[in-house]
Design a protein around this ligand. Structure first.
Ligand code: SUG
Length: 449
């Protein structure tokens, strides 16, 4: 039996709106607005605490230090910290924005994960995403590799691969473009990879934004993770979706257990591969796979991007109802799904219909994350955990009510309430925000890696 655990990445104290997200309309729309790192972190923490309260094991990764001074140094900004930051602010504000980025908070981009049950060598496999499409995110790969090694430390059970080579044909954005469908026990898995570019078979229509993930990257990961080709599927993202601002698959499709919900414009010519998936699912599990296709009439691409409906988190709560009752599902939707009529009606339909056992909906406010183009599901990495994994997870990273309180208190003290890039002309602010990650680690007694 596998149990889904979630790891959310805590927002950092330099969270700001740099407008750097490639093909990400929310990020572009909010560029240069004043951000609130404090609210961003508290909102994210609250969402993770809700998941924990629903009985789903919930863990956190703490923010790495920002500004990334080493990176500024490599780009020719020398001197002490304050000089490096001031130099970049004057000469290349976008470089400074990238060095200050808190985009690591969107943990769904940190890695692709497959459990031991899926691999021919019986190991868990993790590939940290190289994130080379955007320069503010590419440095995350090394940082997240460290987090993965600290969190999943038994080399006999976990293979943590290096990120794929940093070359354009191997652009990789991690779990945001990967869905694992599975039977009720979680042990029979079907890995679905979604890419926006296939260099071997280019599409006739080019999307207006550069697709961030390639088929070659997905195929390499499937090989490295020793997946069975009969249970592995590759889908091409629809160029119209990318042009509408769907820069990751998790903005237009979602899955949980044996349920797949996707927009009709999610995939290009996807029917054959989806039928192969459904056929394999029934054949290997003897269970029905539920596929719900949402039409453009019910939810336009624009409303899908504005509401982030598909980025809702679907969970099976830990505490079951009466014995024998079918497992319930809970939906954690961004509050935009309540404000946008078509999305609200869609959520209501899913709750009313018997087709999907969703019987509880929580609307959460993630205003700061949403303004950077990240909803509830972007903020977490899912790991289908076996007993050995559940037992070895570091206690200090578990989001208990005590840890939540400790983290919230550091956030209240060290995170700016409001932030603009030009605030970093103040050298004291630089020192202050660099102190925050250390304080967070101390608060939960995490040993420095
Ligand atoms: O990569 N936004 C992120 C949002 C990532 C959302 N993740 C998933 N869909 N899984 C991105 O575009 C905004 C940064 C800025 O505005 O400067 C940003 O990086």
């Amino acid at each position: 039996m596998l149990t889904e655990i979630n790891i959310d990445a805590l927002v950092g104290p330099t969270h700001h709106f740099g407008g750097l997200g490639v093909g990400n309309v929310a990020s572009h729309a909010h560029q240069d607005e004043t951000s609130s790192p404090r609210s961003a972190a508290l909102e994210g923490l609250k969402k993770a605490a809700l998941v924990a309260a629903l009985g789903v094991p919930q863990y956190v990764w703490l923010p790495p230090a920002r500004p990334n001074l080493q990176w500024l140094q490599q780009l020719g900004f020398s001197g002490d910290r304050a000089e490096q930051v001031a130099g970049a602010l004057h000469a290349a504000p976008r470089v400074l924005s990238a060095a200050l980025s808190s985009a690591f908070m969107w943990a769904a981009n940190s890695a692709t994960v497959t459990p031991a049950a899926d691999a021919r060598d019986g190991q868990y496999h993790f590939t940290p995403a190289n994130l080379i499409s955007s320069w503010h995110r590419a440095t995350e790969a090394a940082e997240r590799s460290l987090d993965l090694r600290q969190t999943f430390s038994d080399p006999g059970h976990y293979a943590i691969h290096p990120p794929l080579h940093r070359v354009v044909p191997l652009r990789d954005e991690g779990a945001a473009n990967h869905m694992r469908l599975c039977d009720e026990s979680g042990m029979i898995g079907f890995n679905v990879f979604v890419h926006g570019a296939d260099e071997e078979n280019p599409t006739d229509v080019m999307p207006s934004f550069m697709p961030r993930h390639t088929r070659a990257a997905s195929e390499a990961i499937a090989r490295l993770h020793r997946l069975d080709p009969a249970s592995t599927f590759f889908l091409h993202q629809h160029p119209d979706a990318i042009s509408a601002g769907v820069f990751h698959n998790d903005v237009i499709a979602t899955s949980h257990g044996g349920l797949l919900i996707h927009h009709e414009k999610a995939f290009l010519d996807g029917e054959r591969e989806l039928e192969r998936l459904q056929h394999a699912f029934v054949g290997r599990t003897g269970q029905e796979m539920r596929r719900i296709e949402i039409t453009g009439r019910e939810l336009s691409l624009a409303d899908a991007v504005q509401s982030y409906f598909f980025n809702s988190q679907i969970l099976t709560p830990g505490k079951r109802g009466r014995a024998g009752d079918p497992p319930r599902m809970v939906l954690i939707c961004p509050q935009q799904c309540r404000q946008i009529d078509a999305a609200r009606r869609l959520v209501e339909r899913l709750v009313d219909e018997d087709e999907v056992p969703v019987d509880e909906v929580h609307f959460v406010s993630l205003a700061e994350s949403m303004a950077g183009g990240g909803g509830p599901a972007c903020l977490r990495l899912r790991v289908p955990a076996d007993q050995r994994t559940l037992l070895q997870m570091p206690d200090c990273l578990r989001l208990t009510p005590q840890n939540e309180e400790k983290l919230a208190s550091v956030i209240q003290r060290y995170y700016p309430e409001e932030l603009k890039l030009s605030d970093f002309l103040d050298p004291q602010l630089v020192e202050f925000v660099m102190q925050a990650p250390r304080e967070l680690r101390q608060a939960i007694r995490m040993v420095e890696g």
